[in-house]
Design a protein around this ligand. Structure first.
Ligand code: SF4
Length: 321
């Protein structure tokens, strides 16, 4: 599973890559120098590409005016796959269509700046037809997109250009990592797209948000992500798609939050428990959010008790004086 839509293997460190390469390419498992890992990858992948009968790519944008499409990468991998074998098969999501060449520049710049903070990706390749003597097949992929277009509250998610900015800013994504979402699309955009594929399977994802709105704020195409997260919660509850445990936990949380004293006692009890519970009680199959990252250390003092101790005292002294 990819853990990020721009950098799918971002959860792997160079020693993890060295171990994987040693397993598959029989390289030195202790050599985790990025440059030598890149060479090992080239030496292993190039013969495969040179001998291939067909190469497959995706595509970032399709231009209606010219019928051409653009593939943006930073590694040049798509260019090799598209140009070395005689047959190029490209799969393109139908929402990737932009009207004119003049519009394309705006989108390419926006993608690169929001994804990487760079003015342009290393490789921005335009394809207009097959190479001499070769063949090109373009597959336009719907896979639920037309259905999503008809969803009044959720169709704007089709505007997504897959820059990943909403993931990079999301506190839940940053803490838990993309693999915790259990879907190809993770982070805030995943949490609003995934339920359109399968409401039951992804019913808990819209709840994995603090609703701070940072995702909406950074989105270059202005998708109202946090509004949609909120709407999904309502839709899923109305469709009775919430799992039993989630429903009960939400009921309990509702009751707790209605009683401040009980809530505070529960919070400090949870913090103490997090500090002393054995690992297996926190990291098990019931908790997908702890699958790939460690939970943060519990705080020594809650903001509420710090405020009571420091500010209320000062305020009281000031009033007495
Ligand atoms: S929803 Fe917006 S910020 Fe998130 S990946 Fe799509 S375009 Fe980028």
């Amino acid at each position: 599973m990819p853990s990020h839509i721009v950098v799918p293997a971002v959860h792997k460190l160079t020693p993890d890559v060295a171990k994987l390469f040693a397993e598959h390419y029989h390289t030195d498992p202790n050599d985790d120098d990025p440059q030598s890992l890149a060479w090992s990858q080239r030496l292993a992948a190039r013969p495969v590409i040179l001998a291939a009968d067909a190469g497959m790519t995706g595509g970032n944008f399709v231009v209606a005016e010219t019928g051409s499409f653009v593939v943006c990468t930073n590694e040049g991998n798509a260019d090799l796959s598209a140009t070395v074998p005689g047959l190029h098969i490209a799969t393109l999501g139908i929402e990737r269509l932009v009207p004119r060449m003049a519009d394309l520049g705006v989108f390419v710049r926006m993608l690169s700046r929001s994804a990487l903070g760079s003015p342009i990706t290393q490789y921005t390749t335009h394809f207009r037809g097959p190479q001499d003597g070769g063949e090109m097949h373009v597959v336009l992929v719907d896979n639920g997109r037309s259905h999503r277009l008809g969803m009044e509250d959720f169709w704007t998610s089709l505007k997504c250009i897959r820059c990943g900015a909403c993931m990079n800013t999301c506190p839940v994504y940053r803490r838990s990592g993309g693999l915790s979402y259990g879907a190809v699309y993770s982070g805030p955009i995943g949490a609003i797209i995934d339920p359109t594929f399968n409401e039951r399977k992804y019913s808990t994802l819209p709840f994995a948000s603090t609703m701070n709105g940072s995702c909406t704020n950074v989105c270059p195409v202005r998708i109202n992500i946090h509004d949609q997260l909120y709407k999904w919660r309502r839709v899923l509850a109305e469709h009775h798609e919430l799992p039993f445990v989630k429903r009960e936990v939400m009921n309990m949380a509702g009751r707790l939050m209605g009683q401040p004293k009980l809530y505070r006692a529960a919070i400090s009890g949870t913090e103490t428990a997090l500090g002393v519970l054995p690992r297996f009680a926190l990291y098990n199959w019931l908790n997908p959010w702890g699958k790939n990252r460690e939970l943060p250390h519990p705080v020594k003092q809650t903001f509420h008790s710090w405020y009571k101790q420091n500010r209320l005292k000062t305020k009281k002294k000031g009033e007495d004086a």
